[in-house]
Design a protein. Structure first.
Lengths: 293, 280, 277
């Protein structure tokens, strides 16, 4: 055992030494390097040159003004819409819909997913149906849902719930299948009952896959929200963008995209990433067991 | 004639977390003659793999020179083929595809390189597996393929980085015997890094024993055992035990000196280095 | 495990892959779907919902027949598939080289990682307003959306895939004197393939949805357009028929495009397991 760990240590040392060639290049270089290592700089730093480029393109008027808005115009627009209260209102609308959709999606998808996954026959029987419903792109449901519920909040929520439930169920089923049989057997032989095995072996074992499913579901749900708002069109950030496009207000379209991107990024960094990080470590554990078994 | 000459090699790197400068290799010099099998052996973390990585051109040294076939080393090149502990085969290429990879890089015509590939597969005992994929082979066979891939390229030096460390004990013995057999018939120049004393003694013409970090050459031990070598006979020879004991002593001394109060632990580890190092 | 049981197991799996298993596999696949259709027919009959709300199975089949005989089906299908194909081809040609090139450089990949994550989040549907502004309503806007939806997912995953190739494999290639172009074709691209296939799947998912949404908004042909036209006139049978077509198309795309690609590359090379490192 010692020998294997030591050899990897040595390799790491070798690799590291290759990487940091310029360790003795003076204070400025070292400060720069320290900066590079900080998380905030790493994530936000790259946006600086991109915004600068955007600005430059707009200032040089490479594209006609009616097609392309620069950062100052977008910031002005932001200020204006904030002042009028339009943007906060639309933003709340969008986020409320997303929250409803995600909440109901999780409430329906998780229990249903585990229920299907726990029985072999049910799992095999439901798999093609799940695949098919996943395949009928959520946005394709919009017209029939409009027929049912009209242009209302229910319509948008329905579509988001739909987008989240199916990837989630698929990932729960796949996740439960991935739990190594040795683990279940080990738990059984240690005297765990069915419920215990479910709660302490199967659920945590399936978690990495479930985390992936939630991410996929949210990714689709997010798009479905925007699409539904564009098509159903009464309020929300998607509606704002399309409305602006109709009257040819480029800066407002750009603003909408910036808002959507930032919002997703925040969602990703604050909720999804920590959750996944917590489970990815488990994933490593599960993987190692599989390799041994 | 010298195939590989390492002169006053030095390697200093900065620790990623603490920012301290660590001297991994202090002063290492030795050379390998053409057609010679030289092993480098040393206590845990002494930087023997780093020496190999520098020779291979993966890592740049802080001081000193490495000369292969009369040319100073500057980056990786086909004159120094590497056999890795993790095999590092290309999973997307067939067995034959892996063997002829280097030849294709050198634009050897197809017919010739396939013939050469088959020849080297036969040499390592993999004939009939040419159209399989690496993942279909056992660990031992994968490493045979790793050796064939390098030999087919006919490098000036074959660098081997603990090639058998991740292979189970019985298979490892077979592989060691086969490697000696190949070495005895083909006479490539081999630079072999290991932490297994018996393995080093069995395979080598000379053993370079490194000291604990920062590493220096402690001693170069000649292995004057007769060839061809087979485990059954070689392990019985008094000369074999004498050399192995000598090397263990050199390593053990160092452990004791380095570990101080933890001498018991150090001794245990020294013993392990000579025995069975892999968790099977 | 002893050798005989291993051999028996290998034999069993080989037999399992035989003809018999394809039949049972098909049964397990189509059986549940047939049951679903039956349940649908019974549910509509028993509850007696109006056609305006939900159509009977036969209505949908009738609508499918009408679409077929009037030639509308092929017009819409052709338009959608052409756009999807063009967008995908463009995304492959632009995204793969870019992603692999980024992955080959530590500095570039560190720089582009947050940018790409941001872009993947936005890719596809959120671009519809700006795409229709730039390209007008029509084909080009839709193709742009499909390209856009796939490009970022492909680039991002290709980059991650290259970064996941073990250092030793890259070193082995370099120590055999591999040039830049060869490195791309023979090492980086195949090495990143498991991740690229993931990217392709995610990208196609986004692209497919983007296609439907963009067709609803921006064109006068295509499945999305047909769907939305039917909604205007409350033709639920046509709506459901179009939805079924969209679902079947996606399943076919997955079965005929992605699954064989995966089987022939990633699975054949044994790169799916955790034990290849």
């Amino acid at each position: 055992m010692t020998s294997t760990t030591f050899s990897t240590d040595e390799k790491r040392a070798g690799r590291g030494s290759g990487r940091r060639r310029g360790a003795r290049r003076g204070l400025a270089w070292r400060l720069w390097h320290r900066c590079l290592r900080s998380g905030a700089f790493r994530t936000l730093g790259p946006f600086v040159p991109v915004v600068a480029l955007w600005w430059l393109l707009a200032a040089l008027e490479v594209f006609p003004e009616s097609f392309f808005a620069g950062p100052p115009a977008v910031v002005d627009k932001f200020g204006e819409l904030m002042e009028k209260g339009i943007l906060p209102g639309y933003l709340t609308d969008s986020l409320t819909r997303l929250c409803y959709g995600v909440g109901f999606g999780l409430l329906i998808g998780l229990p249903l997913g585990f229920a299907v996954a726990m029985s072999r026959v049910l799992r095999r029987a439901c798999w093609p149906i799940l695949l098919f419903f996943q395949a009928v792109a959520d946005i394709a449901w919009l017209p029939i849902v409009i027929v049912w519920f009209g242009f209302s909040l229910t319509t948008v929520t329905f579509v988001i719930v739909y987008t989240i439930v199916f990837p989630l169920m698929l990932s729960v089923v796949a996740g439960v299948e991935q739990v190594p049989r040795e683990l279940v057997r080990a738990a059984r032989s240690l005297g765990a009952g069915r419920l215990r095995v479910f709660l302490e072996v199967i659920v945590p074992g399936a978690l990495p896959s479930v985390a992936g499913g939630i991410r996929t579901g949210l990714g689709y749900g997010w798009r479905a929200l925007v699409a539904a708002e564009i098509i159903v069109g009464t309020s929300g950030v998607g509606f704002m963008m399309f409305d602006a496009r109709r009257v040819g207000d480029v800066s407002q379209v750009f603003l909408g995209m910036a808002v959507l991107g930032t919002l997703w990024y925040a969602l990703d960094a604050l909720i999804l990433a920590p959750f996944e990080r917590a489970t990815v470590e488990r994933w490593g554990m599960v993987r190692a067991m599989e390799a041994d078994g | 004639m010298t195939a590989l000459k390492i002169d006053r090699l030095r390697k200093v790197y900065t620790d990623t977390y603490s920012g301290e400068e660590v001297t991994a290799i202090d002063d290492v010099s030795f050379s390998v003659r053409k057609g010679e099998f030289v092993s480098v052996l040393g206590p845990s973390g002494c930087g023997k793999t780093t020496v190999l990585n520098i020779v291979a051109g993966f890592v740049r040294q802080s001081g000193g020179t490495v000369v292969v076939d009369g040319r100073p080393v500057d980056g990786p090149g086909p004159d120094r083929g590497v056999v890795f502990q993790s095999h590092a085969l290309f999973p997307w290429k067939t067995v034959l595809g892996n063997v002829v990879f280097g030849l294709r890089m050198r634009k050897v015509p197809r017919a010739e390189r396939n013939a050469r590939g088959e020849e080297f597969l036969k040499l390592v005992g993999l004939e009939g597996f040419a159209h399989r994929y690496p993942h279909e082979l056992s660990g031992g066979m994968q490493q045979r393929l790793g050796v064939a891939r390098v030999l087919a390229n006919e490098p000036a030096v074959m660098l081997m980085d603990e090639p058998f460390a991740s292979i189970d004990a019985q298979t490892r013995r077979r592989l060691q015997e086969d490697l000696t057999g190949i070495f005895e018939t083909r006479r490539p120049t081999v630079f072999f890094v290991t932490h297994d004393v018996d393995e080093a003694v069995f395979l080598s013409d000379r053993i370079v024993v490194l000291s604990r970090r920062p590493s220096r050459v402690r001693e170069i031990v000649d292995v004057a055992l007769p060839r061809p070598r087979r485990w059954q006979e070689a392990a019985e020879l008094p000369e074999f035990r004498r050399i192995a004991n000598r090397v263990n002593e050199l390593l053990g001394d160092d452990e004791g000196a380095g570990a101080g109060a933890g001498a018991g632990d150090g001794g245990a580890r020294g013993g392990e280095a000579g025995g069975e190092p892999d968790a099977a | 495990m002893t050798a005989p049981t291993a051999r028996r197991r290998a034999l069993l799996t080989a037999r399992r892959r035989g003809l018999l298993s394809t039949a049972t596999g098909a049964l397990w696949f189509f059986g549940p779907l047939a049951a679903l259709v039956a349940a649908w027919a019974v549910a509509v009959r028993v509850s007696g919902v109006e056609m305006r709300v939900f159509p009977q199975v036969t209505d949908v089949l009738g609508a499918l027949g009408d679409l077929w005989s009037s030639g509308d089906l092929f017009r819409h299908l052709g338009a959608s598939l052409r756009r999807a194909g063009l967008g995908m081809a463009l995304a492959l040609v632009t995204g793969l080289p870019f992603g692999v090139a980024l992955g080959a450089s530590r500095v570039l990949s560190a720089f582009f990682l947050p940018l790409l994550r941001f872009s993947v989040a936005l890719a596809g549907i959120a671009w519809i307003p700006i795409a229709t502004l730039w390209f007008g309503y029509g084909d080009r806007a839709v193709i742009f959306i499909v390209w856009n939806a796939m490009f970022f997912a492909l680039t991002y995953n290709a980059m991650l895939g290259v970064r996941q190739i073990p250092v030793e494999v890259l070193r082995a290639a370099r120590s055999m004197g591999t040039g830049r172009l060869r490195m791309f074709w023979e090492v980086l691209l195949p090495g990143a393939l498991p991740s690229i296939v993931t990217g392709l799947r995610v990208g196609l998912g986004y692209g497919w949805r983007g296609l439907v949404a963009a067709e609803i908004i921006a064109t006068n042909a295509g499945l999305g357009y047909a769907l939305f036209q039917a909604q205007k006139y409350f033709q639920t049978d046509v709506i459901i028929a179009s939805m079924v077509i969209i679902g079947v198309l996606w399943l076919l795309m997955d079965r005929l495009l992605l699954a064989p690609l995966e089987r022939r590359t990633v699975e054949r090379w044994g790169m799916t397991g955790a034990g290849d490192r």
